[in-house]
Ligand binder design. Sequence first.
Ligand SMILES: Cc1ncc(COP(=O)(O)O)c(C=O)c1O
Length: 348
Amino acid sequence: MATISQSSRQSPAGAERQPVPAARARSVLELIGDTPLLEIRKIAAGLLRPGVRVFAKLEGFNPGGSVKDRAAAKMIEIGLARGELKPGKVIIDSTSGNTGIALAMVGAALGYQVELAMAANASRERKQILAAFGAKVNFSDPLEGSDGAMMLCRQMIARAPERYFKPDQYNNEANPLAHFETTGPEIWRQSAGQVTHFVAGIGTGGTVMGTGRYLKSRRPEIRVIAVEPDDPMHGLEGLKHMASSIVPGIYHEEELDDKLPVSTEDAYEMVYALGQIEGLLVGQSSGAAMVAALRVARQLKQGFVVTLFPDFGDRYLSTNLWVGWQRWRREDFARRLDKWTGRANATT
Ligand SMILES: Cc1ncc(COP(=O)(O)O)c(C=O)c1O
């Protein structure tokens, strides 16, 4: 029997039948999205009723390494279409890190300069990645968190407003739209329409709003649950504690079914567990999302719970996440997991 390459050599028409690699693309931008959905089985084993499953969408597989590639590409696409971004202009924004990396990547791919305002305590890895994409970074006071970066960005624009295009991820509807158009449909497809709950952290709120809206448009009973740090002085890079922050314009809490607080300590422990038990190294906001997803899943008799892991863990190796982790013990974790995610009265 002829192999595929032999038959295509013999007949030009056969060349069309050659298998094309799934990810053959003309630009790195075409590789954004279509991330895998992984079932988290080992950590959940024994905690959940037989009809309940938990899955995580692995956004670290995006070319810029995070969920933010989706929003950055969409905001720039719409900015170009509206003529707000044109050759010679500089893309500027405030960012806790991943959006900056995504903007820097998209800017480089399209030939635009990128300038960012960022809290000075962002991880060393993130700063180096931004520099490698050719972006220019201005640092704000770490004690002011992401709000400090927003204020610094405003000052930079005020000096030369005509020079900049600001995607403004906190107030740009293209941010949730990216998730409405891609993340939501992907989860619907990957779960074969079985998804019952979507659980995601809030940074700008783009992910939870856009994905949640899409899923509810397919089946209004799907529950959409946000995850936030339980304390204003948290260590969950990428997530916002809403009560003590400037509320993003795109964030509409009334559309959510629930909002669960997660402590920094529990989220960090979950990151260690995901690494050692599932073989999956993720960032701290993924740890928080997983704690909340298990808490939701434990209440259920039946369910298909989907959470989203915004990025992988390698860009946090120099952060507090990995200070003192050697004391972590798998045996203690099992006991504590039972406590944090405690099962109340089960619902459907
Ligand atoms: C690590 C991390 N987790 C979670 C989020 C939250 O995403 P969103 O802004 O879509 O709410 C972000 C966003 O910046 C992030 O960088």
